[in-house]
Design a protein around this ligand. Structure first.
Ligand code: PPY
Length: 357
């Protein structure tokens, strides 16, 4: 989606349902809540907070991510709609102003009476989400102002998905000895590396924070690779675990892996990328299927399921979905993203007419 100078034109060009916009004058921050599709239920999705070149860039990010959530909820079989919020900063905020902003954001959520529910995303860890939860009931899975950390659940689902993909594509019966490159060692990348190490994978790790990369590499006995060398590094599975867009015109031709499977949202910079990768014979597991574990788990928590073992077992079901999608894609000779999309489109068409647009 091209970034337009004006917010109005950006919204007019979107196929989602609506956008709530608030300008927080005290901090100069734009709050955007993008609701893409509520066919399956009330909209839910994480809140991303970061510095954007213009408010319109933040809005476009919210829209793209909200659409991803529509597919994520449908793909994982949850009766929720697709939405996402962005707090678009023009510069970093100090703690006092951040607190003001998060309080205001909580009140904005409260004013929406549950038509949008939220959780953590980039720039909004569980601690900051807990600050928001002091002002609203609509932080998913929060109890008494304490917000859950979905990272380990997302990581667990990704592990299950990588295992399934290694089975279907590489014929591997376990991850023992499978070479996996994890790019990004944050809230999801770090627990993912731990799970993969425990499963016997041969790990390569990269992060723009060199100290963090060294620490994690030492902890699990992984090889470190410079962030600039990620795309030329030979491996079985490349796991994008940082920001989206890493599969683009520059990188797709360079990749030396058999499988792409990782937690980052919106991994393809353009829709054509999925076909380009498919043409190269590389199997990409759709991001919104493999990374749904955290969203799934916190929603189950909000439904009263609090037992960690039960949640982990349910999230492990993502492996089965990945195997089904990859098998269907291979049978039909289409990119897995297309096979996943068809399943979602079928579900939405069965369940919703008309969409509330
Ligand atoms: C995502 O998976 O991208 C999310 O936004 C996660 C999420 C969704 C809903 C509530 C909390 C977290």
């Amino acid at each position: 989606m091209p970034v337009d100078e004006t917010l109005a034109a950006t919204i007019a060009g979107w196929d989602g349902e609506y956008v709530v916009s608030r300008y927080h004058a005290d901090t100069g921050v734009w709050i955007f809540v993008a609701v893409h599709d509520t066919t399956l239920g009330p909209a839910a999705g994480g809140t991303r907070m970061k510095v954007y070149p213009t408010p319109a860039d933040g809005l476009v990010d919210a829209m793209r991510l909200a659409e991803g959530m529509t597919y994520k909820w449908a793909g994982v079989g949850m009766d929720m709609g697709g939405g996402k919020a962005v707090l678009a900063l023009s510069e970093p905020l100090d703690d006092a102003r951040l607190e003001q902003l998060l309080a205001r954001y909580g009140r904005v959520l409260e004013s929406l009476y549950g038509s949008f529910r939220t959780g953590p995303d980039v720039g909004m860890g569980p601690d900051r989400m807990a600050q928001v939860a002091r002002h609203t009931r609509w932080v998913v899975g929060a109890v008494d102002g304490d917000a859950p950390d979905p990272g380990m659940f997302t990581a667990h689902g990704v592990r299950a998905g990588i295992e399934a993909a290694a089975g279907v594509v590489l014929g591997a019966s376990s991850l023992a000895g499978v070479r996996i490159l994890v790019q990004g060692l944050g809230d999801v990348g770090a627990p993912l590396v731990d799970e993969l190490a425990a499963a016997g994978a041969e790990l390569i790790v990269a992060d723009i924070d060199a100290d963090l990369a060294r620490k994690v590499a030492e902890r699990v006995g992984a090889t470190e690779v410079d962030p600039t060398a990620v795309y030329q590094t030979t491996c079985d599975v490349y796991a994008p675990s940082a920001l989206g867009g890493s599969l683009n015109d520059d990188t797709i031709g360079q990749l030396r892996c058999r499988v792409v499977a990782g937690p980052a949202n919106n991994q393809f910079a353009t829709t054509g990328g999925a076909f380009a990768l498919h043409t190269r014979g590389i199997v990409a597991v759709p991001d919104y299927i493999i990374n749904a574990g955290g969203a799934y788990a916190v929603t189950r928590m909000s439904q009263g399921v609090r037992d960690g073992d039960v949640l982990m077992r349910e999230v492990g079901g993502i492996g089965l979905r990945v195997a089904e999608i990859l098998t269907e894609a291979a049978t039909d000779g289409v990119p897995p993203l297309q096979a996943a999309q068809r399943r979602v489109d079928r579900l939405l068409a069965d369940r919703g007419s008309p969409r509330y647009r």
